[in-house]
Design a protein around this ligand. Structure first.
Ligand code: COI
Length: 357
């Protein structure tokens, strides 16, 4: 999809802030590109979006999203190819997932043209912010929140949709130490675990902090009923290589259907690597490790991309995994994914949308 003429009203910044950015030293999520897209929902309809300078918004203290968490978001990335075009990765899948989250949170469905045309136009305007640096990308954050200034508990009648972006490097700087969570719960059947709802992240902070105090970067969520099956980890889906097979928990109503997860599984299948999407128990991981068959473990996510796991804490014991440089399956998939995203390899699944400048 491509829009040749700008259709969305734009108010440009008087002067770009891009000189504040050191492209060789980009911290995750701290410096934001010059512009943002804003569209409001009122009187039962999404209004014409606008592109405006990135900046603070004025809100009523009674804004309902701040009280009851009626808020959802997405995360996606854009890259630059050797010719300097912007390559947007699987944006339509993020758009679809945003509306799945919207449905779960009683937020009105967002029209595709507001998301896709708005995004294209925003990216053209802020093209200079897409880092050409290997391993870096422009992280794009679309979100919707309830804007009624009313503190009764009910779905809001008014909403705001915003897209802003920020150049990013790696989310995790080193292979991770993770621990199985035996008590706290992220999500249960019938809950909102599959939605990218703000509250899912807020409620996870306390257990994650407790795990960090014990010396682990992240925790691994287990099922709410028995704490027996592995679900996901912090900001990522989880994958294991057990005896040459790529094994991952199947998505369900309790697990976010990760787009990086799906991309990794597709690349694995394309490469002829056996893939199993199924229940994965904590015991299976411990036993595979004991038998020397747990060859690799990693998380997948837009921000995290492919984040290697060095150690998994299970039942009072730290299980150390083989050295990252020996992990042939995840390293080869990560390399292929990066080549597709940056236009260095063919894109057989039409994941890339090229935005010519
Ligand atoms: C992403 O990977 O894009 C996420 O949404 C994780 C995030 C909360 C940093």
């Amino acid at each position: 999809m491509s829009v040749d003429t700008p259709t969305i009203p734009v108010r440009c910044v008087p002067q770009s802030r891009i000189s504040e950015l050191d492209f060789n030293n980009i911290e995750f999520g701290k410096i934001f590109a010059d512009h943002m897209l804003v569209a409001d929902y009122k009187n039962g309809a999404w209004q014409t979006p606008e592109i405006v300078p990135y900046g603070n918004m004025s809100l009523s203290p009674a804004t309902s999203a701040l009280h009851y968490g009626q808020a959802i978001f997405e995360g996606m990335k854009a890259y630059k190819n050797a010719e300097g075009d912007i390559l947007l990765f699987r944006a339509l899948d993020n758009f679809r997932r945003l509306n799945i989250s919207a449905d779960r949170m009683c937020i009105p469905e967002l029209p595709e043209e507001i998301f896709m045309q708005g995004l294209e136009q925003l990216l053209r305007l802020d093209a200079a912010w897409v880092p050409p640096t290997p391993g870096c990308a422009l992280y794009i954050r679309p979100f919707i929140f309830a804007t009624d200034d009313f503190i009764g508990v009910r779905p809001s009648s008014n909403y705001r949709f915003v897209i802003f972006s920020c150049p990013v490097g790696a989310y995790y700087g080193q292979p991770l130490r993770v621990a199985i969570e035996p008590n706290y719960v992220r999500s249960a059947e019938g809950g909102a675990g599959y939605a990218k709802a703000a509250g899912n992240y807020g409620a996870a902070l306390y257990p994650a902090r407790k795990m960090q105090e014990r010396g682990y970067h992240q925790l691994i969520w287990t099922d709410a009923l028995e704490h027996k099956y592995i679900e996901e980890s912090g900001t990522m889906n989880l994958m294991f290589v057990i005896d040459g097979k790529l094994v991952t928990p199947s998505v369900s109503t309790t697990i976010l259907a990760g787009i990086t997860r799906d991309s990794v599984l597709q690349i694995a299948r394309d490469k002829g690597i056996p893939v199993e999407e199924r229940k994965v128990s904590v015991d299976e991981i411990a036993q595979a490790h004991k038998a020397g068959k747990l060859q690799e473990a990693f998380g997948t996510g837009t921000a995290a991309t492919i984040a290697q796991i060095a150690t998994i804490h299970v039942n009072g014991e730290d299980l150390d995994l083989p050295a990252v440089e020996d992990r042939q399956i995840s390293l080869s998939i990560a390399e292929e994914l990066e080549r597709i995203k940056t236009g260095q390899a063919p894109d057989p699944h039409n994941w890339i949308q090229k935005i010519s400048l």
